[in-house]
Design a protein around this ligand. Structure first.
Ligand SMILES: [Zn+2]
Length: 391
C-alpha cells in the first residue's frame, strides 16, 4: 500500500483554491469580524435614539394594562429599531454580500424578506418579553433565574416550530427527488438511525450562494435540508454523503438540547447582570421617566445591556458551536466514511469562511473549526482507516 500523508493531503486540498480566492475569503472574513463591533455600535446608537425620544414612555402611559403595555412597547421598539437600522442592514446583509458574489438576490426581494423577519421577530420577542416582564413584576428578586428557564423553553419552541411555521415563509422545501443521491442518503439515514423520510432540498440559492446544508426542527419536525447550491456547485455523491452525515450527526448527538441548556445558563448570567446593571446604564443613557427594570418603557436600556453582553459572549457561544461542529464531523466520518467527500465539501465553504485563521482568531470569531483543521482531521481519519474503507 502506498504511503498516505495527511499533511500533504491537507495542503493539497488547501492549494485547490488560488491565492486570489484565499485572499478574497480572508478579506470577507476579517471584514465580517469588524462588522460585529460596528453592528453593536449601531445597535447601541439606535436604542439610545429611541430612548431619548421618550416614545416608549408615552406608549406605556397610554396603555394601562401591564401585559398590553409590554406588547405595545416591544413592537414599537422592534419596528422603530428596524426602520432606523435599515441602512446598516442594507449595507451589511445585502450590499456587502453582493459585492463578494455571495448573493444574487435583487434588492426588493431581500427587503421584503428582511421586513418579514422583522415582523416574525417582533411577534417572538413580544411573547418572550411578556413572560420575562411578568416574572420581573411577580418575583423582582429572582426573575433573572426563572427567565433562564423561559429562555430555554423559548429556544426549544422556536426550534420545533421553525421548519413548519417559519422556514416555509422564506424558501420552498421539496423531498429529495428519487435517484442515486436519495438512495444513498436513505441508506446513510438507516445506518445512522435517522428518520429517512425527512431529507429535503430547498431553494437556498434564492438568498445566498453559500454551499450549505442544515438540520432543523425537533421531535416530529426534525429534518435535514440541503441547499440547491450544493448541486449547482457540482456536489458528487461522496460530498453529499459526507455533508448529510455531518447534519445527521447534529441530530443524533442531540446538539440542540445541549445548546439550549448552555444558552439557558448563559441567559441566567446575562439576566442577572442586567438586573444589577440596569440603574447604571439607564443613568448613562440619560433615560427619563423609567422607574425600574420591570417598566417596559426601559426596554432600550435592556437592549443595550443585552447587546453588549451578547457581543462579549461571542467567544463562548462560538466555542460551544465549534465543539458541536467537530462532533458532527466525527459522526460523519464514522457513518458516511467519506473523508475526501467531507474535504471537498469543506473546501467549497472557504469563500465565506477563510480557511486558516490564527488560533486566537478562530477561538473568538469562528463558529466552525477552520476548514484547514477540519480537512486535516478528515485526512488523519483517512490515514487511520485506510484499507478498511477502500483506499
Ligand atoms: Zn454543522
Amino acid at each position: 500500500m502506498a504511503s498516505f500523508d495527511p499533511e500533504i493531503a491537507t495542503a493539497t486540498y488547501m492549494a485547490s483554491l488560488t491565492a486570489a480566492q484565499h485572499a478574497k475569503a480572508s478579506a470577507y472574513t476579517h471584514g465580517g469580524e469588524w462588522l460585529l463591533l460596528w453592528g453593536w455600535l449601531v445597535g447601541v446608537a439606535v436604542a439610545w435614539l429611541i430612548a431619548r425620544t421618550g416614545v416608549l414612555v408615552r406608549v406605556r402611559d397610554r396603555v394601562r394594562r401591564p401585559n398590553l403595555a409590554v406588547i405595545a412597547c416591544v413592537t414599537t421598539f422592534v419596528l422603530l429599531a428596524w426602520a432606523i437600522g435599515l441602512p446598516w442592514s442594507i449595507y451589511a446583509d445585502w450590499w456587502r454580500e453582493r459585492g463578494y458574489g455571495l448573493t444574487t438576490q435583487p434588492f426588493m426581494g431581500w427587503l421584503g424578506e428582511n421586513a418579514l423577519s422583522c415582523v416574525i421577530g417582533a411577534i417572538l420577542e413580544a411573547l418572550l418579553a411578556l413572560a420575562i416582564y411578568a416574572l420581573m413584576r411577580r418575583t423582582p428578586r429572582w426573575w433573572w433565574a426563572w427567565s433562564g428557564g423561559v429562555a430555554v423553553v423559548g429556544i426549544v419552541i422556536a426550534i420545533v416550530i421553525s421548519p413548519v411555521m417559519i422556514e416555509p415563509l422564506f424558501n420552498t422545501y421539496t423531498p429529495a427527488p428519487a435517484g442515486p443521491t436519495r438512495d444513498a442518503i436513505v441508506a446513510l439515514a438507516h445506518r445512522a438511525g435517522v428518520p429517512s423520510d425527512k431529507i429535503l432540498i430547498y431553494n437556498g440559492s434564492k438568498q445566498s450562494q453559500r454551499y450549505t446544508a442544515n438540520v432543523s426542527g425537533l421531535f416530529g419536525t426534525a429534518r435535514v435540508a440541503m441547499s440547491d447550491t450544493m448541486f449547482q456547485q457540482g456536489a458528487d455523491l461522496s460530498e453529499v454523503r459526507a455533508v448529510v452525515g455531518h447534519e445527521m450527526g447534529h441530530y443524533r448527538r442531540g446538539h440542540v438540547f445541549f445548546s439550549a441548556l448552555v444558552l439557558g445558563l448563559l441567559a441566567i448570567v446575562m439576566f442577572f447582570i442586567a438586573d444589577r446593571a440596569f440603574p447604571m446604564v439607564r443613568h448613562w443613557m440619560g433615560v427619563e421617566g423609567v422607574k425600574a427594570i420591570a417598566d417596559p418603557a426601559g426596554l432600550p436600556v435592556l437592549m443595550v445591556i443585552a447587546g453588549t453582553l451578547g457581543l462579549l459572549a461571542t467567544p463562548i457561544v462560538n466555542t460551544l458551536s465549534r465543539f458541536e461542529e467537530s462532533d458532527a464531523d466525527r459522526f460523519s466520518l464514522e457513518y458516511a466514511q467519506e473523508p475526501d467527500g467531507l474535504a471537498k465539501a469543506l473546501v467549497k465553504t472557504i469563500e465565506y469562511r477563510a480557511s486558516s485563521p490564527a488560533p486566537v482568531e478562530e477561538m473568538i470569531f469562528y463558529d466552525h473549526p477552520s476548514v484547514e483543521r477540519r480537512v486535516h482531521r478528515a485526512m488523519v481519519w483517512k490515514a487511520e482507516h485506510r484499507g478498511h474503507v477502500g483506499g
